[in-house]
Design a protein around this ligand. Structure first.
Ligand SMILES: [Zn+2]
Length: 308
């Protein structure tokens, strides 16, 4: 079951056992980083619960599955943030609908995405349903920040912790589901097991390639040319923290490849971190990037290591 979802083997086992042994609980809490497949698995699990096939659920053939796949299964609803929060009115609406029995099914399922965005009132309101759910109700809560979920809610749910995907799993998903190939190690490390991040980076792949290039030329070009080649950093203020994280990963890889200069690259990581601090403290943007490029260039092109 759930073969089409990569990774999360333990959790898939728990959920398929629940389906096969009629052990479906009223409330689940899926916890883990963004972009690793929590929502996808929650939907497959929901589809399997509603599927009317005798075996191999979800079958993707029965009426319930077909309706599910076209977002028309009335026994399944997803609740997402409105504006930047999930508000108490949305939960009250849900509760009104929960009172109505499912149609042509033994179950009715609600999936709440990004539970960390629920207001305190909304969470307290939801608690009432979790405390006394009608027998046919299954509620799946999804969060990437468990700390923002009330303990009283957590204690009512079966908590399932999702691990980040491995680089191998990310590679597999990108190739098979998105047709993205040639994912190098820096790239896979940069995405840190998140498909969402991988797609974001791929969308901006030409920008990331320009950053790769900067590190190809850093030893060949003089400081002025190096800085002139770095317009990508000056012009993309919105992405700068992602770019800086990416630079750190490049530096870490270089440390491994070139152990002789490892301490220089390590010093560069300190410089990157210093620049992040300056930017967070609202230092002048261009000057912070100047500082970054100048100091990294000097460090890499220095005779020995300057700091130690
Ligand atoms: Zn089915």
């Amino acid at each position: 079951m759930f073969e089409n979802i990569v990774g999360h083997e333990e959790i898939k086992k728990v959920l398929s056992n629940a389906i096969n042994n009629n052990g479906i609980l009223h409330s689940y809490l899926f916890i883990g980083e963004e972009g690793i497949g929590k929502k996808e698995l929650a939907k497959e699990f929901s589809k399997a619960i509603l599927c009317t096939s005798e075996e191999d659920r979800p079958c993707d053939i029965c009426k319930a599955c077909r309706e599910f796949n076209t977002n028309n299964n009335i026994n399944f609803s997803a609740i997402n943030e409105e504006g930047s929060a999930i508000k108490i009115d949305q939960i009250r609406n849900m509760q009104n609908k929960i009172a109505e029995k499912p149609m042509n099914s033994n179950y009715k399922i609600y999936l709440i995405n990004d539970v960390e965005l629920m207001t305190q009132e909304a969470q307290n309101c939801l608690l009432k349903t979790l405390e006394e759910p009608p027998e046919y109700i299954v509620i799946i809560l999804i969060t990437s920040n468990e700390n923002k979920v009330l303990n009283t809610i957590k204690s009512r749910c079966l908590k399932l912790y999702f691990n980040n995907l491995t680089n191998e799993e990310v590679k597999n998903i990108l190739e098979n589901k998105f047709g993205i190939e040639n994912t190098g190690n820096s790239f896979l490390t940069a995405v840190g097991g998140s498909i969402k991040k991988a797609l974001l980076i791929k969308e901006k792949s030409s920008e990331y390639e320009q950053i790769d290039k900067l590190f190809d030329i850093i030893k060949k070009e003089n400081l002025v040319n190096f800085i002139n080649s770095a317009s990508i950093l000056y012009e993309n203020k919105d992405d700068i923290y992602n770019f800086l994280d990416y630079i750190n990963i490049l530096l870490e890889n270089k440390m491994k490849e070139d152990t002789y200069s490892a301490s220089k690259y390590a010093n560069c990581i300190f410089i990157v971190e210093e620049v992040k601090k300056r930017l967070r403290a609202n230092s002048n943007y261009d000057m912070s990037i100047d500082y970054l490029l100048m100091n990294i260039w000097k460090e890499i092109n220095s005779e020995g290591s300057s700091r130690y």
